[in-house]
Ligand binder design. Structure first.
Ligand SMILES: Nc1ncnc2c1ncn2[C@@H]1O[C@H](COP(=O)(O)OP(=O)(O)OP(=O)(O)O)[C@@H](O)[C@H]1O
Length: 255
């Protein structure tokens, strides 16, 4: 059996007396797109914060490739291979698209940035990574444009690219298609689906068509707990999930 790349064991997050994430145990398998879905307030974003280190957990254990990371702050978890795609705020608006990607690629090797001998080598590597990503993100045509000038859909692809540039093991995507038009959604969907060739993806997404089409595994949360887990077909046909979503949303209109 494949060992999980990321594992949460009995993770709980309380805000005062309120339990936002309640005793969650989760295995994320390598090379998969694993989606976390659930109604508003179910605890999805809090779970992401807990796993990436944006917020300390109240109790439980988080392991990457078997190594405990729950005590590590976010930036140290990045070094262990976790990357989170932040929304537009993570872009440098006055730099070009290519420069944004190059900086993100360089940012993972801060010690090399201060070593004059390694600097040229690391710069060349970062440029190569940026050029490769421009193709994967379908942003070749706007490589020299300032990121502030991009369309919303292009900016959101660039954010995903910024996470990819650090060559992490696991990429966290929080609603990457929010606010997008239909064409941009299709492009984002292809991008995320392709990510599993080189990365593991943990995805929060409200668009059920996307979730059902590209997920290998789905975890359904409700009131801080796991309601159901399984492959898209299993989730679509799960009576508890249908009830929680009042029937139609989860089926993407196909049932
Ligand atoms: N910093 C905080 N302090 C207190 N309560 C919080 C805090 N952050 C989140 N919560 C509460 O925790 C619960 C889960 O919120 P969370 O944002 O994780 O849900 P979600 O599933 O991501 O929802 P949505 O789909 O609407 O983004 C909510 O009731 C929310 O009000």
């Amino acid at each position: 059996m494949t060992a999980p790349i990321l594992k949460a064991v009995n993770v709980t997050k309380r805000y005062g007396t309120f339990t936002a994430v309640n005793n969650i145990t989760l295995d994320i398998l390598p090379g998969t797109v694993h989606s976390v879905i659930g109604p508003n307030g179910a605890g999805k974003t809090t779970l992401f914060h807990a796993l990436t280190g944006s917020t300390p957990i109240t109790s439980g254990s988080i392991l990457i490739e078997g190594e405990e990371i729950a005590h590590l702050p976010g930036f140290k978890r990045v070094r262990k291979g976790l990357a989170r795609s932040f929304q537009v705020t993570s872009l440098f608006p006055n730099l070009t698209v290519r420069e944004n990607l190059r900086l993100a690629a360089q940012g993972t090797r801060p010690t090399q940035a201060f070593n004059p001998w390694r600097r040229v080598e690391s710069l060349t590597m970062a440029c190569d990574i940026a050029d490769d990503l421009l193709g994967k993100l379908n942003l070749h045509g706007v490589a020299q444009r300032l990121s502030a000038e991009l369309s919303h859909g292009q900016q959101r692809r660039l954010e995903v690219g910024m996470a990819m540039a650090g060559q992490p093991k696991v990429i966290f995507l929080d609603e990457p298609t929010s606010g997008m038009g239909i064409d941009d959604i299709g492009e984002m969907k292809r991008l995320i689906h392709g990510l599993r060739d080189n990365y593991t993806v943990l995805l929060i997404e409200h668009n059920m068509d996307i979730v059902m089409d590209i997920s290998d595994q789905i975890t359904v949360m409700q009131q801080g707990q796991i309601l159901a887990q399984g492959k898209p077909d299993e989730i679509r046909n799960d009576e508890r999930v249908r009830r929680a979503y009042l029937g139609s949303m989860i089926t993407g209109g196909r049932a």
